[in-house]
Structure formats: C-alpha cells, structure tokens
Design a protein around this ligand. Sequence first.
Ligand code: HEC
Length: 144
Amino acid sequence: MFFLKKNMWVWVATFLSIGSQSTLAFHKDVYEPRVPKTIIAQEQQVKSPYPVTPERIEAGRKIYFGDGLCVTCHSKDGTGVTLPGHSPRDFTDVKWQKLRTDGELMWVLKNGSPGTGMPVRVGTDIDEEDGWNVIQYIRTFEGK
Ligand code: HEC
C-alpha cells in the first residue's frame, strides 16, 4: 500500500474523474439510500460484531487519517471537501446519521457508491474489522 500512499493524489484524481464522468446510479438526494433497493432490508440488519469502545473509536480514527485515506475526501472535520460532480457526505449531518444503519455504511465501504467518487475501501486498503472501527469513528462527527 506504500504505492497508493506515495501517489495518493494521483489515485484520488483518478477516482474523481471516474465519479464525475459516470452516469451510473447517481443520487442527488444525500438522504436516499445508497444500498440497492433489492437488498436494502437485509443490509440494514447487518450489525457490527464489535462493541463500541474508546479503543475502537481511536483505531477507527487512525484508519480515517491513515490507511483508509478517508480524510483526503471527507476532510479532518468530517464535512467533506468540495469535489466536482458529487461531493462526499457531510458526516456532521444529524439527519443523515440517524437515517443510516451501520450495516448500510458497511455496504458502502465494501462496494463504494456507484456513480460517485466513493471508492471500495473494505477488502482493498482496509479489512472488515478496520471498517467497523472507522464506522464507529464516523459516528463521532454527528452534530459537531
Ligand atoms: C476519493 C474520495 C473518497 C475517499 C478516499 C473516501 N470517500 Fe467516502 N465518499 C466519497 C464521496 C464522493 C461520497 C458521496 C457518495 C454518495 O453520495 O453516494 C462518499 C460517501 C461516503 C459515505 C456515505 C454513504 C451513504 O450511505 O450516504 C460513507 C459512510 C463514506 N463515504 C465513508 C468513507 C470512509 C470510511 C472512507 C475511508 C475508509 C472513505 N469514505 C473514503 C468520497 C470518498
């Protein structure tokens, strides 16, 4: 993963161009589910096998600022940088935080958000446990 880190901006730019050119599923409404309708009921039920603890939130923070590369698009404060095409989610948005289950967020980490710059993260740069930890960290932005 050294390669990705060293060429982080090239990599991010590639995803951005894919995101802004693609005409795949593209939801302008940030509150619309990202998980396909056919599987959303089951994905919403998927629960983290790990309890919420300060240690896991801290581990998630390290992923967010490190191997996950989340901070490059979602920014330090979780509000997200402005991107051409479709900007990242504002994690401080209380309404959005309440609408999404952890299972839906895990689906996005495993599948990306088709038609946007949100890349697949779990299974590429981070593993599933890292994914659950970073979801715990994302939850801490709510209402900030
Ligand atoms: C290359 C830029 C980029 C990177 C890197 C990135 N994201 Fe995203 N992310 C996006 C964009 C753009 C969206 C908005 C997608 C949409 O509206 O469907 C998004 C949306 C999301 C969402 C919201 C999905 C929903 O259901 O509304 C979550 C959660 C998320 N990202 C988590 C992460 C995490 C965690 C990482 C790091 C492990 C990460 N992202 C890395 C660009 C990025």
